[in-house]
Write a protein that binds this ligand. Structure first.
Ligand code: SF4
Length: 850
């Protein structure tokens, strides 16, 4: 069978989110299945060429090829040989990857603000304005006048260029990305427990584990292909038990019930209390590996002392759960031979984020449950290239997971870039996004450069952010694909090329690096983000100590090679990778070097952790207060390769329900839209499936407030309000859930309630003391009916947004587009411990396929 052989048409992956099951047994290879989607009227034989890439619509990073016809991207096909997805693609990847590129509202020329209006101009004029402002601020106020706020969606080469410009060209600590809203806690939890960022686990752990714990992670909607991989285990022989921690009854929660696992629907804001209770259960029941703990960790006695007060009954009272459910979950963790844990925004964006996420690491360390097949931790990312932002230091950290507080690490970079070490900001921790916007508000930052992100919709407390961006105190540059809500407030807007219109690499949540080749030209005068950053560096004439250009590289491949050098000898070692190697059948997981030329599926198999004082990325923090551990204190601990067990007491969330605001407000992601919909809004299939905002309330609350499905409701917090239709759904009683995707850019095209639909109008300017990640999941609110609706809300009828007590899935129209899904022979997957023991026969057909 060839890649282009006939396949079964008409598969609707809007209704059937995870595709048909290919169940297989524990320890066998996940079968391959190729998912393909082409635009209406395009058949596989019509495609001019297929271009090597990977999906850029979530952190899973599914390997795919882009279909090109007549120099347009017309579809995508999963790559069966890729270790990440074995050929599968989910709804966002299938339907959202390419339509945005030919959207008529793409930015094609630079814009500058004149007399209050954005008008088209040419590149020399737009860049000239930026450079003039930049030079003026450097001369009058110095480097701290500059701030850079970037994304989780650029390519590695672009982040590295931006990091060099910010740290060695300008010399500002004011750099961060929207990764602060998304994955900062994953990085912080790794650093606190293991000494440096870097995902310990592997997706192949799914094939080998006996239990899967999903902490605040609705994987079924956020990483649909990864969830399909889990479903193929839970529907096979010897399935793993699922344990779900989530205040909503998500598909993950339903699967937990089905597999004899547990759904812990904890009260919003109480994650750490639950984690302390689970940890205590491991101690009191003797479900710990004392020899392993003694040999490979520090801090067990202090951790035991910290969790001692958190009895199951006490915790159940705090979290609003049955104490026996907690005990059952702890027993599953305590008695399973191999456990995979995944963590995402339900923990990262909630109260005591880092402490709760570190507690997941603690559970694994207490059982020595790390570094072997099936025993893994996946502190997930949300965005596709968030990992690269963290690796390259565009988020303010130093490139290569170097420690800003370690003078030798700073000197290594100074030598690499041939600059004075004092140019590189290292006198204080890097500025986080929340501070960065605060400085922009005050005008301390006079130039704020925003690339590939939409803070006017995604940052908390929207009204505050709009005011900051629109004010005269700060000159705002935005580079993006579209005139987003943020771009509309900018002083200069630069048109950028997107995925498929440029070449570069990116790394998924499991450290797997993919190369994405350029498939088509960008529209009009749009330029790649790398070209834009290099254009600025040239115009600013940034120089090294020898008077040569600070950045000598020009092409993406040269930038990648420069990054390889920067990563040498660090945990995130890319030295064994090249563009040629990445054009092979699969992505490759770092470190890739002389010791591991084919990559590294799983970290800490030794198990030696990068905690030595000379090596670590941070000396650590007190998890309650964020107080920093000093170098001397760290040296005195002498972790020397041992992981750190760290505990923290639970405290109630900052904003509690009151008489005036009696409900809890929580936001989140849903299956058909990605972030602020810049791309997914322009896919007809995805947008028809979730066209407008909604809020979800529980049937009990609906009755109390006399609200029916589809009624227009007003939800208010002390900071703002939204008015959107209600879905009587599956969120826990006492809580209101709102998707955060919906801004205002397309309101004129919608029959909407008006502009009051942005979930972040209600959220708070408050953040975690360690990771500095803002809290989007805890706020108090009230709800009232504005008027009756004229039918059900347009909220999705699938997954966690389905109406209460309904499993119905009503498929929206596919508009004649061709989506196919077919099994193929299971290829060899490097590093997969189950290789040689494939799942079902590679030539088997899925149910219903003839
Ligand atoms: S799971 Fe994520 S990476 Fe894979 S196809 Fe879906 S959106 Fe793309």
């Amino acid at each position: 069978m060839t890649a282009d052989s006939p396949a079964r048409a008409g598969v609707d992956r809007i209704a059937d989110l995870w595709g048909e099951r290919t169940p297989h047994d524990k320890g066998t290879v996940w079968p391959a299945r190729v998912d393909l989607h082409l635009d209406a009227g395009v058949g596989a034989g019509d495609v001019d060429r297929w271009v090597h890439s990977a999906c850029l619509l979530c952190s899973n990073g599914c390997g795919l090829d882009i279909a090109v016809k007549d120099d347009r991207m017309v579809g995508v096909r999963g790559r069966s040989t890729d270790v990440i997805n074995h050929g599968r693609l989910g709804p966002k990847g299938l339907y959202g990857s390419t339509p945005w590129a030919s959207s008529p509202d793409r930015l094609t020329r630079p814009l500058i603000r004149r007399d209050g209006r954005l008008v088209e101009t040419d590149w020399p004029t737009a860049m000239g304005q930026i450079v003039e402002k930049s030079k003026e601020l450097l001369a009058s106020k110095g480097p701290l006048s500059h701030g850079f706020y970037t994304s989780g969606q650029l390519f590695l080469e672009e982040y590295y260029a931006l990091a060099v410009i910010g740290k060695a060209g300008i010399g500002t600590p004011h750099m961060d990305g929207n990764t602060r809203l998304c994955t900062a806690t994953a990085a912080a939890a790794f650093k606190e427990s293991f000494g440096a960022d870097g995902q310990p686990g592997s997706y192949t752990d799914i094939e080998h584990c006996d239990a899967i714990f999903l902490f605040g992670h609705n994987m079924a909607e956020t990483q649909t292909v990864l969830w399909a991989r889990i479903l193929d285990r839970t529907r096979g022989q010897d399935p793993p038990k699922i344990v779900c921690v989530d205040p909503r009854r998500t598909p993950v929660a339903a699967e937990a019930e089905r597999t004899g696992g547990v759904h812990l629907a904890v009260q919003v804001g109480t994650n750490l209390a639950l984690m302390n209770g689970l940890t205590r259960e491991l101690f009191v029941n003797g479900w710990i590996d004392e020899d392993w703990i003694d040999a490979h960790t520090l801090g067990v006695a202090e951790l035991r002392r910290k969790v001692e007060p958190y009895t199951a009954d006490q915790v159940a009272g705090i979290c609003g759960i049955d104490p026996d459910d907690l005990r059952r979950a702890a027993r599953i963790f305590g008695e399973s031979d191999s456990i995979l844990s995944t963590v995402l925004q339900g923990f990262y964006q909630s109260h005591q984020a880092t402490a709760a996420s570190v507690a997941v690491n603690n559970l694994h360390l207490l059982r020595g449950m790390i570094g072997r097949p099936g025993a893994g931790i996946l502190q997930m990312n949300g965005q596709p290239t968030a990992q690269n932002n963290r690796e390259c230091g565009a988020d303010g950290d130093l490139p290569g997971f170097r420690n800003w507080d370690n003078k030798e690490h700073v000197q290594e970079l100074a030598d690499l870039w041939n600059v004075d070490a004092m140019t590189i900001p290292h006198w204080a921790p890097p500025t986080n996004a929340m501070q960065l916007f605060g400085y922009a508000k005050d005008g301390t930052i006079g130039l704020l450069w925003i690339s590939a992100t939409n803070p006017a919709v995604s940052m908390p407390e929207s009204a505050r952010i709009r005011k900051i961006l629109a004010g005269d105190q700060c000159f705002v540059v935005v580079q993006d694909l579209f005139l987003t809500e943020t771009a509309q407030l900018a002083d200069v807007v630069l048109p950028a090329a997107g995925w498929g219109e440029k070449t570069g690499t990116f790394t998924n949540v499991s450290r797997t690096v993919h190369l994405s080749d350029k498939a088509v030209d960008p529209p009009g005068e749009a330029r790649t983000d790398l070209d834009i950053f290099l254009m600025y560096a040239d115009a600013m004439d940034f120089q090294n100590l020898d008077g040569g250009p600070l950045i000598g590289w020009r092409t993406p491949e040269q930038a990648f090679d420069a990054w390889r050098q920067a990563s040498a000898g660090r945990p995130v070692d890319y030295t064994g990778l090249s563009y040629d190697k990445l054009r092979g059948p699969t992505g490759i997981a770092w470190p890739v070097n002389e010791q591991a030329p084919e990559g590294t599926d799983r970290l800490y198999t030794d198990p030696i952790f990068p905690t030595a004082t000379e090596q670590c990325e941070t000396y650590g923090h007190d998890l309650l207060t964020g107080g920093a551990v000093t170098e001397q204190e760290h040296r005195a601990m002498a972790p020397a390769g041992r992981a750190l067990l760290k505990g923290c007491e639970y405290t109630p969330a900052h904003e509690q329900p009151t008489q005036e605001f009696p409900l809890l407000f929580t936001t989140g992601r849903t299956v058909y839209q990605f972030h602020t919909r810049t791309k997914t809004r322009r896919s007809r299939s995805l947008n028809e499936a979730a066209p407008d905002a909604w809020v979800e309330i529980n049937p009990e609350d609906a009755e109390r407030y006399r609200i029916a499905e589809g009624d227009l409701v007003r939800v208010e917090s002390p900071r703002g309000a939204i008015e959107v239709p209600a879905r009587i759904g599956q969120v826990m009683a006492g809580a209101v859930f709102a998707p955060f995707h919906y801004g205002t850019f397309d309101l004129d095209q919608l029959n909407s309630a008006g502009s009051l639909r942005q979930a972040n109008e209600l959220t708070m300017t408050i953040w975690d003391p360690v990771s500095k990640q803002p809290y989007f999941k805890t706020a108090a609110c009230r709800i009232s009916k504005v008027r009756g609706g004229d039918g059900p809300s347009s909220a999705p009828t699938t997954a966690a947004s389905a109406p209460a007590a309904s499993d119905a899935a009503v498929p929206p129209t596919q508009g004649g587009q061709v989506t196919t899904s077919r099994l193929v022979p299971t290829p060899e997957y490097p590093n997969d411990p189950a290789q040689g023991t494939a799942g079902p026969s590679p030539t088997a057909t899925v149910a219903g396929e003839s």
